[in-house]
Design a protein around this ligand. Structure first.
Ligand code: ADP
Ligand code: TRP
Length: 334
């Protein structure tokens, strides 16, 4: 018998607890996380330190952290195999973030578009928001991650992480693992109901587990152009079609594409079908989600256990980093 050795990679990703998770999060990132966990060494966390950068109301962080955890678990996260924790339960990352800050050129951060985008949205331009990519780099590097599956909007942050790891290793020796990035190109950016990127902070989301009646209402509100029913339409310019691509079978999608191009189809018809498909897609997970809602204690326990597993890896890397930068291998006061 021939044995083929599988390459097992450390796959890490984080998601901010800034609101209920939406279908952009799912198709842009979570679906890949769930697929990769079977074959690889999954490390997934809820990025609550990052969420602080937009100054949420304190009770909201705790509530959204539990919501994100329940959404993930309901959708199939294997909490026995995959390490799943809350970022702030492993505070070693903040120490690494500081050390990395000291070798990160200002220009690298000034080029980051997400800071400018968030300030343009009205988030106060605080230092945490500016330094956000350094904390994200620390998240990735402290666990020696090989693969970081994220949506297309996060590509720049992964490049910054690779740059920071490169500066660090060039300065202090090969201590940090430089990650590859992992972006599923077929799912670029999922549009929200207003046609901008779907995002919790833009109020334009369709949540994975919102009531079915509300999914229908939101889908009917998706912004389309004013091409009359009888005229041909360009599917590639339509927000409804962009979402149909995520949930319709290839055959059905081809039919819709033809109907768009031939004319004689109203957007209302496509929206109705989209709502049905979205509801069907997530239906199998609704029961589990409702069950989890009844037992928050169990969710907290899962996150605590995950944090303990994550901390073992994080502490080891931090010790290696402290040694090479000259801070020593002892931790006074801890
Ligand atoms: P949000 O913008 O809603 O706050 P996050 O920034 O927490 O979402 O993103 C969590 C993950 O979901 C990231 O990997 C991100 O790339 C992905 N993601 C978020 N919104 C979208 C979208 N509209 N399309 C594709 N991926 C997305
Ligand atoms: N910045 C990511 C987002 O908004 C969340 C995140 C924080 C993350 N740390 C990370 C993603 C580390 C991947 C790896 O989606």
């Amino acid at each position: 018998m021939r044995y083929v050795r599988r390459l097992v990679l450390r796959v890490l990703s984080g998601i901010q607890p800034s609101g209920r998770l939406h279908i952009g999060n799912f198709f842009g990132a979570m679906r890949q996380h769930l697929q990769l966990q079977a074959e690889h060494d999954g490390f997934y966390f809820i990025a609550d330190y990052h969420a602080l950068t937009s100054n949420p109301a304190p009770p909201d962080i705790a509530k959204h952290t539990l919501d994100v955890a329940m959404d993930y678990i309901a959708l199939g996260l294997d909490t026995e195999k995959t390490v799943f924790w809350r970022q702030s339960d492993v505070p070693q990352v903040t120490e690494l973030a500081w050390i990395l800050s000291c070798i990160t050129p200002m220009g690298l951060l000034q080029r980051c578009t997400s800071y400018k985008d968030k300030v343009a949205q009205g988030i106060s331009p605080n230092h945490g928001l500016f330094a956000y990519p350094v904390l994200q780099a620390a998240d990735i590097l402290i666990f020696h991650s090989n693969l970081v599956p994220v949506g297309a909007d996060q590509k720049q942050h992964i490049e910054v992480t690779r740059d920071i790891a490169g500066y660090f290793n060039n300065t202090y020796g090969q201590v940090l693992t430089i990650p590859q990035e992992h972006i599923i190109e077929s799912v670029a950016v999922v549009p929200g109901i207003d046609g901008q990127k779907m995002s919790k902070s833009y109020g334009n989301t369709i949540e994975i587990f919102e009531p079915e009646s509300s999914v229908k209402k939101k889908v009917m509100r998706i912004v389309t152009d004013s091409t009359p029913v009888e005229s041909p339409k360009d599917p590639e310019k339509c927000n409804v079609f962009a979402l149909l691509k995520l949930v319709a079978s290839p055959g059905e999608l081809k039919d819709w594409e033809n109907r768009y191009r031939n004319g004689g189809m109203g957007y209302g018809e496509a929206k109705k079908r989209l709502a049905e498909l979205l509801i069907d897609y997530f239906k199998p997970y609704r029961h589990k989600r409702a069950e989890l809602e009844k037992n928050h204690g169990c969710i907290k326990e899962i996150l605590t256990k995950g944090a303990r597993r994550a901390a073992v890896v994080a502490s080891k890397t931090l010790l290696d980093v402290r040694k090479v930068v000259g801070l020593g291998d002892y931790n006074n006061g801890r």
